[in-house]
Each structure stands twice: as structure tokens, then as C-alpha cells.
Design a protein around this ligand. Structure first.
Ligand SMILES: [Fe+2]
Length: 338
């Protein structure tokens, strides 16, 4: 009898383990609001979300080292290049783009291995009290001598910049982009330094005329979350959306992929599908100030005020960023972009 009871207890413990209704998320997105989103998912589905946060490199190392024993189901990050690198390393499995996801996420923003969950625009910031830029300005134009000493941007080790230059290589070719980057670097107002917010601050302080940065940073500053000084500075600047006469403004993504050895693949797909629902998209855009990945959801008012009908570059497939990032970094470094 004792043996039977013990066996039953053992069996139920085993089953509990096998059928634990959970999903393990490895994420490099440092947003408290993402955790609130996972809670909503748990409330609706009963699936528990276990979150491991860290830098991309550290997460990738851990997943590789643990290999088949890895409990990671879903990897979430910002920048298509990082997703592409995971894909190239063979760390993802197919199946991320379920039929539901295919029906709402544009195909340029997903592959079989990963799916965009939000869009990010890399734009030009200027102070309208000092500068009146041509509204048809393109990234390509910023290499002209008339911009000498006027541009601030972060360093070449930023994946945001690598993806931007990768998109130029994709559209204009390697040789042309090599020439572009050499001339562009000559137009820096100072050696590249700081994060995206410090570029916007430099323009607000009159240290440069043009800053290149992602749009959500201005909303973050305007929201007051970064202190009143940054809020006041942010009110001085406006956004110019580049390449409106051509392919549109460079768009990158936050996205997610399902790991090769995911023990809870079905739940990972369910979480992915949840992340692209209107409810989840509203939560994302109002907390991180990114652009929605689906139609029918408006960005946060802090972002919408800069214009909603600008042309986004959705022709350039974001999966090309990863393929060209190494090339991009090489020509940036050769051109002296520190
Ligand atoms: Fe960022």
C-alpha cells in the first residue's frame, strides 16, 4: 500500500512537471511594462510567464551553453539584427509566424523564425527656432558638405546605427554607402558619444543642428520619466521623418523568436499571438512609445503629435539588417566613426 501511495505521489509530481502550464521568456527589453503585459496574458490564459532578463550577449551565451537543457522558450529583444543573429546561430526553430500572426504582422517584419512585436523609427531631430530643414531630407542627403559640423549621433557600436547603415547598403549598394559614410562622418559636430537621448539633448542645447535617434526617446523625455530638465529640453525639438520622397523612414523592430529546444513551444506561440492583439499592442505603444506592429492601433499621443501619416520604409525587409550589420560596422569603422 505504502509503495502504491508513494508511486502515485511520484507519478503526479512527474505529471505536474511535464504538464506545468508555463512559458519561459528570456528578454533583453528592460521595460517594467512588459512584466505587466505578461501578467495580463496569465490572467487570460492561466499560463504562467517566467521571465529571465539580461543583456543580449549574456542571454545568448547561456542559451548556447545550456543547449538541449535550456528551458528558454521565447527570446525577446529590440533590433532585427539581433534576432537575425540568433537565427543565423541556429538558436531558433520555425513556427513563430503562426497563421494568426501572418494575418496581422506585415511580412517584411517577420520570418519563419521570429516576429516583430513593435516598430521603431530612426529619425532626425531639430530645433525649429534655429533650423528650418528641407522636409524632403533623406539619410543620404546628410553626407552633403552643407551639414558639416552639424550632426550628432551615437557610436558605431550601436546596433540601431548598424541597422540603419545596413538598410542603406541594402538600398544604395555597398560602394555608394562606403562613400556616403565617409562624407557623413565629416559632418559630425563632435565625436560620436552617448545614448540616443543625449543626441536630442545636444540639439536642444544648441550644440548641434541635427540629431539622429529613435522616436520613442523623445516621448520618454516628454513623459517626465527622465526628469523635468529633459522634459523641458524635449519640448524644444521637432521630428523630421527622412526619405519621405523615397522609400520612407527607416523602421526597426522589437521582436521575438521561439528557441530550438523550447520545452513549451505551444505556450510560446500563444504568448506571441497575444503580443500582437490590439489589447497588448495598446499596452506596448502607451508604455514604450514604439509604433504598433498591427493596423488599427494608434501610437501614444506623445508620439502621434509628431505626425501619423509619414511614410515608413516597409519595403526593406528587416531581415536584411542582420545580414549586412557586420559589413555596415566595418565601413563605419573604416570611415572613422568611433
Ligand atoms: Fe532603445
Amino acid at each position: 500500500m505504502k509503495f502504491i501511495v508513494a508511486s502515485l505521489l511520484f507519478l503526479s509530481a512527474m505529471l505536474g512537471n511535464v504538464f506545468a502550464n508555463e512559458v519561459n521568456v528570456f528578454t533583453s527589453r528592460h521595460y517594467e511594462s512588459d512584466i505587466e503585459l505578461y501578467k495580463k496574458f496569465t490572467e487570460q490564459t492561466g499560463i504562467k510567464v517566467n521571465v529571465i532578463s539580461g543583456e543580449d550577449g549574456a542571454l545568448q551565451k547561456r542559451i548556447k551553453e545550456e543547449d538541449k537543457d535550456s528551458k528558454a522558450d521565447l527570446y525577446i529583444t529590440a533590433d532585427a539584427g539581433k534576432l537575425g543573429t540568433f537565427e543565423a546561430e541556429g538558436l531558433f526553430q520555425t513556427g513563430a509566424s503562426s497563421n494568426l500572426i501572418k494575418s496581422v504582422v506585415p511580412e517584411q517584419l517577420r520570418t519563419e523564425y521570429w516576429v516583430g512585436i513593435a516598430k521603431r523609427a530612426r529619425v532626425i531631430f531639430y530645433d525649429p527656432s534655429r533650423t528650418t530643414p528641407n522636409p524632403n531630407l533623406s539619410y543620404e542627403d546628410l553626407s552633403y558638405p552643407e551639414f558639416k559640423g552639424k550632426i550628432v549621433i551615437r557610436q558605431s557600436n550601436s546596433v540601431y546605427n548598424q541597422s540603419l547603415v545596413a538598410s542603406l547598403i541594402e538600398n544604395d549598394g555597398l560602394e555608394e554607402t562606403k562613400i556616403w559614410v565617409k562624407e557623413f562622418v565629416k559632418n559630425f559636430a563632435r565625436p560620436a558619444k552617448g545614448n540616443d537621448r543625449s543626441q536630442i539633448l545636444a540639439v536642444a542645447a544648441g550644440e548641434a543642428d541635427y540629431a539622429i535617434a529613435n522616436t520613442y526617446y523623445i516621448a520618454l523625455m516628454l513623459s517626465g520619466e527622465k526628469g523635468s530638465e529633459q522634459e523641458v529640453a524635449a519640448r524644444k525639438v521637432k521630428i523630421l521623418f527622412p526619405n519621405q520622397k523615397g522609400r520612407g523612414t527607416h523602421m526597426n523592430i522589437s521582436g521575438a523568436g521561439i528557441l530550438k529546444h523550447a520545452p513549451n513551444k505551444d505556450n510560446a506561440v500563444k504568448l506571441l499571438e497575444f503580443l500582437v492583439t490590439p489589447e497588448a499592442q495598446k499596452h506596448i505603444v502607451n508604455n514604450t512609445f514604439e509604433y504598433p506592429i498591427i493596423d488599427g492601433v494608434e501610437p501614444s499621443p506623445l508620439i502621434s503629435q509628431f505626425g501619423l501619416d509619414f511614410k515608413q520604409d516597409l519595403e526593406t525587409n528587416v531581415s536584411t539588417f542582420a545580414k549586412r550589420q557586420a559589413e555596415a560596422l566595418r565601413i563605419m569603422t573604416e570611415a572613422g566613426w568611433n
